[in-house]
Design a protein around this ligand. Structure first.
Ligand code: AVJ
Length: 320
């Protein structure tokens, strides 16, 4: 039988080996969650009763895409950063009437399937998927060079970055999207840990499976022998940094190898696998301004759980 061999991704290998060796806190960047299984588990998370962000953001897009369309006007290229399954995108595309749609995602197979599904819904739209890590600077496809751009960065993915990385990315987006660019971004609000913790530690254990899949992925792709059953998922509210942290905690003293390198962890030690920063109304706008975007309109749900913000790439003026 023919086995499909997964080539080793050198960036994944480097981040995992460095991450397990990191002191005082072991940490692996959250983008490595999204292999095929991880992308599917994330889709399952978005349907959980405890995970409110996707439902609220989708409802905000349903309710307000028309207004977004009136502000930004037709004929732009919509560039979506971290498109995943693109489930929220149809509302926006229908209202904005873009000339082209460029979904960017790190999970290529997933990206192409989602793009194909959108082609059926928007047969006349030029869809140009880009398999890339959008945290690095990138060039939009040559076909959209002359079009004004609308960046679309939903899901509060910006929350996965610490402030300085988020600001660097927002500034890189100004460069990527060019003259006259606008950005529609979703940002999750600060709220009670009684709501936040269950959203990241659901009763059905889907988020736990999503977090633990990272260890399975390491075993699959980097020839690891991590005893995955000896870890448990943890979701912690870090109030000082206004973020949910996900960790994988060793349940006993452990030893394992990854690509021939040996690691040991003591019972209770964790690997930090994700940050999900939350933003108050002023925090959100300050972050955008620091990233060279001027907020021009904001929509939230009745309970102010999640915000959708439209910004444009122009200086806010006034004194230096
Ligand atoms: C990728 C930012 C949408 O931080 O809420 C969901 C990922 N992690 N549950 C988030 C995630 C655990 C998620 N986003």
């Amino acid at each position: 039988m023919l086995m499909e061999m997964t080539r080793v991704d050198p960036a994944f290998r480097a981040d995992v080996l460095a991450g397990f060796a990191m002191r005082p806190q072991r940490a692996i960047p959250a983008r490595w969650f999204y292999d095929r299984q991880g992308s599917e588990l994330f889709e399952a998370i978005t349907a959980l009763p405890e995970y409110y962000p996707t439902r609220i953001e989708t409802a905000l897009l349903e309710a307000h895409s028309g207004e977004v369309g009136r502000i930004v006007g037709p004929g732009r290229a919509v560039i979506e950063f971290g498109s995943g399954s693109s489930t929220k995108t149809p509302h926006l595309l229908a209202a904005v009437e873009p000339a082209a749609y460029v979904p960017i995602d790190i999970s290529g197979e997933f990206l192409r399937e989602s793009a194909a599904a959108l082609t059926d819904a928007f047969p006349k739209l030029s869809i140009l998927p880009l398999e890339a890590d959008f945290t690095h600077p990138l060039d939009p496809p040559p076909g959209v060079a002359s079009l004004a751009k609308l960046g679309f960065f939903p899901g509060s993915t910006i929350g996965n970055m610490v402030a300085r990385t988020a600001v660097n990315l927002l500034r890189a987006m100004v460069e990527t999207l060019g003259e006259g660019a606008m950005l529609l971004i979703g940002m999750d609000r600060v709220k009670s840990p009684d709501i936040l913790i269950p959203a990241y530690d659901d009763a059905a254990g889907v988020t736990a499976a999503f977090n633990l899949n990272l260890l399975h992925r390491i075993n699959r792709e980097l020839n690891g022998d991590i005893p995955v059953d000896a870890f448990r998922h943890r979701a912690i509210w870090n109030d000082d940094q206004a973020r949910i942290e996900m960790h994988l905690e060793a349940l006993r003293d452990l030893a394992f190898t990854i690509d021939g390198e040996r690691f040991a962890m003591a019972a209770g030690e964790t690997v930090h696998t994700e940050n999900s920063h939350k933003y108050g109304p002023r925090d959100a706008k300050l972050l955008l301004r620091a990233g060279a975007w001027t907020p021009i309109r904001e929509w939230t749900d009745g309970e102010d759980k999640f915000a959708l913000i439209l910004a444009e790439a122009r200086a806010s003026g006034t004194a230096p």
